[in-house]
Design a protein around this ligand. Structure first.
Ligand SMILES: *Cc1c(COP(=O)(O)O)cnc(C)c1O
Length: 389
């Protein structure tokens, strides 16, 4: 695939080879396996002398097209696609970590990633240290002899904090650690962590990449030798992406840039509206001047993304009331959809955490997260205004 095209062009023009049918748009290859000409062809294929599709748990034209497209968008050497974002996170780390290794991770990571580090990896003697957003400057002090990688997400969920990728990249390089970034909230259109030294970039394609709340998917892109390890692990353990979902996701990437432009334009307008509302305190959006890491966001992101957080006056009860009062906005757990979505983490996604754990994760009782959609911005604002009364 060509890499010297502009982002928008590559997203549309990078596609798999045409068949003799001369189709204009990539077809879906719903096939579990592929046939061989003869015994020698089969032997050579299985011994990796030939690069070709063997079985769709290993690879498939649609999943490869999707992964290669994302790799091109991120400026990565290679990529591999997964059934979900969590399959990408788990398989990537499980493929690269050994018993005894240590992960240095931001505390504000996606809930299931947090659970993976805190509950499951210790079973295999893989330990972790979580650092807070305000500790990034001092993370060198947290590196242990057994530390293997740094893991981070930016912007964070649901607090919309920004981590300095430049700084993380420098620390990783200096200490010879792998830097793995979950770039889900920014998408490759807004931010490319590889530019700052990330070795691997992970996405939940379920969110803005699909962008329409239809399918689950995940992808990891980065250094070719690491992707090779991750591919071999996946080929044997089975977190393969469905070719149909890959086809949907690859099509969706064709419109990622135009969708994101509007998502971000709407989000900035809503964030500015919320800043003027008395009941909405501590409004956080990366491209608002009041954001604590505004300068870093401006440096590493093209636009501010589609997620806004704020604290509603009145805490837990007021948070629940707000959720009850919206009528246009959806009450659902997804994000990055065409439809605007409101969530109240303290009573839902983070309700099982103790008060202390919530505090550590920056989840205050009145925290509201909004994923801004593609409806007309005036309709979104009207709905939120009504819920804030
Ligand atoms: C949703 C999400 C994931 C997990 O993705 P799934 O596709 O739901 O498995 C991982 N990281 C981030 C930042 C997410 O928002």
């Amino acid at each position: 695939m060509s890499s010297n095209l502009h982002f928008e062009t590559a997203a549309i023009r990078n596609q798999m080879e045409r068949t003799h049918f001369q189709e204009h748009s990539s077809p879906v290859y719903l096939t579990s396996s592929y046939i061989f000409d003869d015994a020698e062809d089969m032997r050579a294929s299985f011994s990796d002398e030939k690069e070709r599709n063997i079985y769709s748990r290993f690879s498939n034209p649609n999943t490869s097209e999707f992964a290669e497209k994302v790799a091109a968008m991120e400026g990565a050497e290679a990529g591999h696609a997964f059934a979900t974002g969590m399959a990408a996170v788990f398989s990537t780390l499980a493929a690269l970590l050994d018993s005894g290794d240590h992960i240095l991770s931001a505390r504000s990571v996606f809930g299931s990633t947090h659970t993976l580090f805190a509950k499951y990896f210790p079973k295999w003697n893989i330990s972790h240290t979580f650092f807070n957003v305000d500790e990034v400057e001092a993370i060198e002090n947290l590196i242990l002899p057994e530390t293997k990688l740094i893991f981070a997400e930016t912007p964070t969920n649901p607090g919309v904090d920004i981590l300095d990728l430049q700084l993380l990249g420098e620390v990783a390089r200096k200490h010879n650690l792998l830097l793995v970034v979950d770039n889900c909230f920014a998408t490759p259109y807004l931010q490319n962590p590889i530019q700052y030294g990330a070795d691997l970039v992970i996405h939940s394609a379920t969110k803005l990449m699909d962008g329409q709340g239809r399918v689950l998917g995940g992808v990891t892109v980065g250094r070719a030798h690491l992707i090779r390890e991750i591919y071999l692990f996946s080929r044997n353990t089975g977190p393969a992406l469905s070719p149909f979902n890959a086809w949907i996701l690859s099509k969706s990437l064709e419109t990622l840039a135009v969708r994101l432009d509007r998502h971000c334009e709407n989000a900035l307008k809503v964030a500015e509206f919320l800043e003027g509302e008395e009941k909405a305190e501590n409004v956080k959006y990366p491209f608002l001047r009041s954001h604590p890491q505004y300068e870093i966001a401006k440096r590493q992101m093209k636009l501010g993304g589609n997620i806004i957080s704020f604290e509603i006056q009145g805490g837990l009860l007021a948070g629940r009331e707000f959720i009850d009062k919206v009528s246009l906005c959806s009450r659902t757990a997804n994000l990055g959809d065409t439809r605007t979505i409101v969530t109240h983490p303290a009573s839902t996604t983070h309700s099982k955490l103790s008060e202390d754990e919530r505090q550590e994760a920056g989840i205050t009782p009145g925290l509201i997260r909004i994923s801004i959609g593609l409806e007309h911005v005036e309709d979104i604002i009207k709905d939120l205004q009504k819920a804030l009364i």
